[in-house]
Design a protein around this ligand. Structure first.
Ligand SMILES: Nc1ncnc2c1ncn2[C@@H]1O[C@H](COP(=O)(O)OP(=O)(O)O)[C@@H](O)[C@H]1O
Ligand SMILES: O=C(O)C1=C[C@@H](OP(=O)(O)O)[C@@H](O)[C@H](O)C1
Ligand SMILES: [Mg+2]
Length: 174
């Protein structure tokens, strides 16, 4: 690790990654309040900079266009002491993940497949990124490997409440 990376790691950010509906946004904002930290949801950063809803970006520019906008939004933030809720597809950007890993601790909120698909009943309307020909099950399997690859810490919250999830994160980082 060079000096630049060391300085950035000290910016004290907590970055949440995981499947859509794993609770990054819900648990993230509660965690930020609890710890007196700032909160950033990169989905909102994308919507603000593009002045469009996520689902419209995907509709108009397809999955590839959305992933470009997501990478651009992630690279544009310069947070300190913030909880950052990312979008589930952020792990498709190597540059984005390299940057996020350099500015804080990356926490993977892991949810078992069955529980996740119960929460994700409206996968089409949510605008979840599916690669060409990919089924939701394949998306789950393919992404698990990426979340694991980039995580500093993994928290399994399959049978937990939101409050339990927040508590587990606090325990793991302190
Ligand atoms: N253990 C848990 N941790 C986080 N969220 C949970 C949990 N159990 C159920 N949920 C629910 O799952 C949904 C997660 O949605 P959201 O926060 O938008 O996820 P993401 O930002 O990861 O897509 C919320 O409705 C939340 O109440
Ligand atoms: O996983 C995905 O493909 C996506 C997840 C969404 O964010 P959440 O993970 O917060 O739902 C949002 O970025 C977009 O709809 C794509
Ligand atoms: Mg979210």
């Amino acid at each position: 690790m060079n000096n630049f990376d060391k300085d950035n790691k000290n910016r004290g950010n907590i970055i949440l990654i995981g499947m859509p509906a794993s609770g990054k946004s819900t648990a993230g904002v509660i965690l930020a309040k609890l710890l007196g930290m700032n909160f950033i949801d990169t989905d909102l950063v994308i919507q603000q900079s593009e002045e469009k809803l996520l689902c419209d970006i995907i509709k108009e520019r397809s999955v590839e266009g959305f992933l470009e906008a997501e990478e651009k939004a992630v690279l544009s933030i310069h947070p300190s002491k913030a909880v950052i809720a990312t979008g589930g597809s952020v792990v498709y950007s190597e540059a984005g993940m390299k940057y996020l890993r350099s500015i804080g601790k990356v926490i993977y909120l892991k949810v078992g497949k069955e529980e996740l698909f119960k929460r994700l009943h409206n996968i089409k309307q949510r605008g979840v990124v599916l690669k060409a020909g990919e089924t939701p099950e394949e998306m789950y399997d393919n992404r698990c490997a990426l979340y694991e690859k980039y995580a500093d810490i993994t928290i399994d919250e399959t049978n937990s409440s939101v409050e339990d999830t927040v508590e587990m994160i606090v325990r793991m980082i302190s």
